[in-house]
Ligand binder design. Structure first.
Ligand SMILES: NC(=O)c1ccc[n+]([C@@H]2O[C@H](COP(=O)([O-])OP(=O)(O)OC[C@H]3O[C@@H](n4cnc5c(N)ncnc54)[C@H](OP(=O)(O)O)[C@@H]3O)[C@@H](O)[C@H]2O)c1
Length: 316
């Protein structure tokens, strides 16, 4: 730890934060040390981070005082919120406010805020192409993150706004993998038409974030996006078929149909995919895989990710 710049990592036992901690710990000569924040320092995941050499400390993003203690003395922080645990954009806003306040209180020199577009900038509430959700959002799990950007800016926190991409890991753990259709064939279903979806291995988000910290102040005050590859649904299905050795089709549905699937958050995800489809240029344009590779030389393509993870995708 001596002489190293400490990065306090929110969500360290999760996908994005875990990637940040592992990236730091895998580069012992890089000049950084990881402080892993968790609500439960006794969990198996927390113990595993300690075994890797991370300092593990207790903090809850609903408790600003715990964040102040956890950020104290650090050089920087990686900040993320957890929409799918509570489905509340207002909670995300409050948690982002707490992280920004704690960052300012600790005098952090560099914060990375894992954010997404406030889609209302492109699809205002009056835009009838997609329904307004929860009274004032188009894509609730995007909009509040984008709205929260200003909370960091207004407090003068030196922040890099990191736009993430669809995790390919969703095919394993978020129910988005190939499913058997009425015809008995495996298919992935997305309302993307022929448009490209920027995707990434979730582990690579953390590696890219570490690459941003290593660049020093170059990206402070800037918005940067990362993706491993931009692929159409048909290209994803073809790659899945190659990796799994099974026929996999792309089932392109309308956003209306997707919103009607009825699982929790289907309307939010239907709007999300529609935003990515209808504003493909904007969405892909800000997530350049070459840029991501300049931050993280190990950035995976979808084929590479499938080589390593294809066997973990549940098929039945
Ligand atoms: N899935 C995608 O394709 C995708 C793409 C882009 C962005 N995102 C966004 O990514 C975010 C989630 O990040 P992730 O995937 O890295 O999360 P994750 O893997 O679900 O990790 C969640 C971790 O957050 C911690 N956590 C939960 N509530 C907490 C609290 N109140 N205080 C402190 N820590 C808490 C938990 O750690 P402990 O239990 O150890 O405290 C847990 O391990 C979401 O907001 C989502 O919108 C997702």
């Amino acid at each position: 730890m001596e002489g190293k710049k400490v990065i306090a990592v929110v969500g360290s036992t999760g996908a994005q934060g875990g990637g940040v901690v592992r990236a730091i710990m895998n580069d012992p000569g890089g000049g950084f040390a990881a402080r892993a924040l968790t609500r439960d320092i006794g969990s198996d995941k927390a113990k595993e981070l300690a075994r890797l050499g991370a300092e593990v400390v207790a903090a809850d993003v609903n408790d600003v005082e715990s964040l102040k203690r956890a950020f104290a003395g650090a050089y920087g922080a990686f900040c993320v919120t957890f929409f799918w645990e509570h489905f509340s954009p207002e909670k995300e806003l409050a948690q982002a406010a707490a992280m920004a306040q704690a960052a300012r209180h600790a005098g952090l020199q560099h914060v990375i805020w894992s954010t997404l577009e406030d889609t209302r900038r492109w699809a205002p509430l009056g835009d009838e192409r997609m329904p307004t959700l929860m009274g004032k959002y188009k894509v609730p799990h995007f909009d509040a993150k984008g709205e929260a950007n200003r909370l960091f800016t207004e407090l003068g926190v030196p922040t890099t706004f990191l736009l993430t991409s669809f995790y390919w890991d969703n095919l394993i753990s978020f129910g988005m993998g190939p499913r058997r259709g009425p015809d008995g064939k495996l298919a992935i279903t997305m309302p993307m038409g022929e448009k490209k979806l920027p995707g990434i291995a979730s582990e690579d988000i953390g590696k890219c974030a570490y690459g941003i910290f290593k660049k020093g102040r170059e990206f402070v005050g800037r918005t940067v996006g990362v993706a491993g590859e931009h692929l159409t649904g048909a290209q994803m299905a073809a790659a899945l078929a190659r990796a799994l050795g099974r026929e996999v089709r792309y089932n392109s549905v309308t956003p209306e149909a997707y919103r009607g699937f009825g699982f929790p958050g289907a309307d939010d995800l239907g709007n999300m995919f529609q935003f990515k489809r209808d504003f493909e240029d904007v969405f892909c344009g800000v997530r350049n895989p070459d840029f991501a590779r300049s931050l993280n030389a190990e950035l995976q393509t979808f084929d590479k990710w499938l080589d390593r993870n294809g066997s973990r995708i549940p098929l039945e």
